[in-house]
Design a protein around this ligand. Structure first.
Ligand SMILES: NC(=O)c1ccc[n+]([C@@H]2O[C@H](COP(=O)([O-])OP(=O)(O)OC[C@H]3O[C@@H](n4cnc5c(N)ncnc54)[C@H](OP(=O)(O)O)[C@@H]3O)[C@@H](O)[C@H]2O)c1
Length: 325
């Protein structure tokens, strides 16, 4: 079977579509025939080994594991001896590792049933980005019905899911995005859309209960000003702090002002939980969540797909179809 491998850190040229042995499922795993996946920033961070902190987990001088990719949607092909929840032929989606491949072994708890009305291509864009949006809003932002939420970076993969999820959680949503994304982000169901190149979404004092900054581009001072007392600012990305020093400095400042003030500032790393995947499945089923797919690529075009996602200009998600998606 074919899989994308990375044997050294670098630009998309290091991605090699290679022939590798087909995997067998472990006892608690299933093997999924992958129909679709997508590109997330985490993929090119691990491809480049940047920021350098990535290398502490993935290998100091070269990747310890050559496989890459995190999102997955496909059909269960083989089932491990201890798996009782899935059967061959089940259509599933979720999140795992080394998913840029025709076949991938995944723990059964990392997958949920794909709703029939959602295509494999759509389901293959959900994993990382929608889990990040859901956990940022529900777990860390503690969004409650009736609250007012600002989503910044609403035109990206995480941000456009966050707009829809905040709405599904019952919040009133203000989406801040760049000029090119205003029209389609407005159609996601936000009550208000702000072009941040023309107006600062954090200009008004004490306006939001929760600020979800998908890219990490807002300033702490702006977030502090715009949060109501007791409000929470949640940062998924580190866009405004590109260096390790800048990032650590921002996190330290956030920790200090969270302690002394009445507003909290949270950064987090998303993880895979069966409960959150199930919530996303239910939101998809209910029509509350729909990916906006900007460009589509095949597995053989993975370098172009990554190159485009790395520009930061992709509108919503970059999908990668395998075997007809
Ligand atoms: N914490 C976690 O566990 C976790 C998990 C996944 C992703 N992330 C991080 O979350 C961030 C977003 O991920 P993603 O998948 O949504 O990436 P993405 O699809 O590339 O979206 C990034 C968005 O950031 C905005 N942006 C880009 N350049 C900007 C600039 N110079 N100033 C202001 N905004 C800019 C754009 O949206 P607008 O046009 O709407 O501004 C862009 O669509 C990344 O930094 C990623 O590393 C974190």
């Amino acid at each position: 079977m074919k899989a994308v491998l990375v044997s050294r850190y670098g630009a998309p040229e290091v991605l090699q579509l290679s022939e590798v042995p087909a995997p067998e499922p472990g006892p608690d795993q299933v093997v999924v025939r992958v129909r679709a996946t997508s590109v997330n920033p985490v993929d090119w961070h691990s491809m480049r080994g940047e920021p350098v902190l990535v290398r502490f987990s993935s290998g100091l001088t070269k990747p310890r594991q050559p496989g890459i990719g995190a999102d997955v949607a496909g059909v269960v092909e083989a089932v491990g001896s201890a798996v009782t929840t899935l059967r061959p032929g089940d259509a599933v989606f979720g999140m795992s590792i080394r998913t840029w491949a025709e076949l991938v072994p995944v723990k059964a708890e990392g997958l949920v049933a794909k709703p029939a009305a959602v295509s494999f291509e759509e389901a293959g864009t959900i994993g990382v980005a929608a889990l990040t949006a859901l956990q940022g809003l529900r777990l860390h932002g503690r969004v409650q019905p009736g609250q007012r939420v600002l989503v910044a970076g609403a035109g990206g993969g995480v941000g456009h899911f966050a707009v829809q999820i905040a709405r599904a959680l019952g919040a009133g949503v203000t989406a801040a995005t760049s000029t090119a994304n205003l029209a389609w982000v407005g159609a996601l169901g936000a009550d208000e859309v702000i072009d941040y190149s023309k107006a600062d979404p954090t200009a008004a004092r004490s306006r939001f209960d929760v600020i979800f900054d998908a890219g990490g581009w807002l300033t702490l001072a702006g977030e502090r000003r715009a949060l109501r007392p007791g409000g929470i600012a949640v940062n998924a990305g580190a866009g405004g702090s590109p260096s390790v020093v800048g990032l650590v400095g921002r996190m330290a400042a956030a920790a200090i002002i969270s302690r002394v003030g009445d507003r909290r500032f949270v950064s987090y790393l998303a993880n895979r939980t069966p409960e959150d995947l199930e919530t996303l499945r239910a939101m998809l089923e209910a029509g509350q969540l729909r990916p906006h797919i900007d460009r589509r690529y095949g597995l053989a075009e993975i370098r172009e797909a990554v190159r485009y996602q790395e520009t930061g200009q992709a509108q919503g998600k970059v999908a990668v179809s395998i075997a007809g998606g």
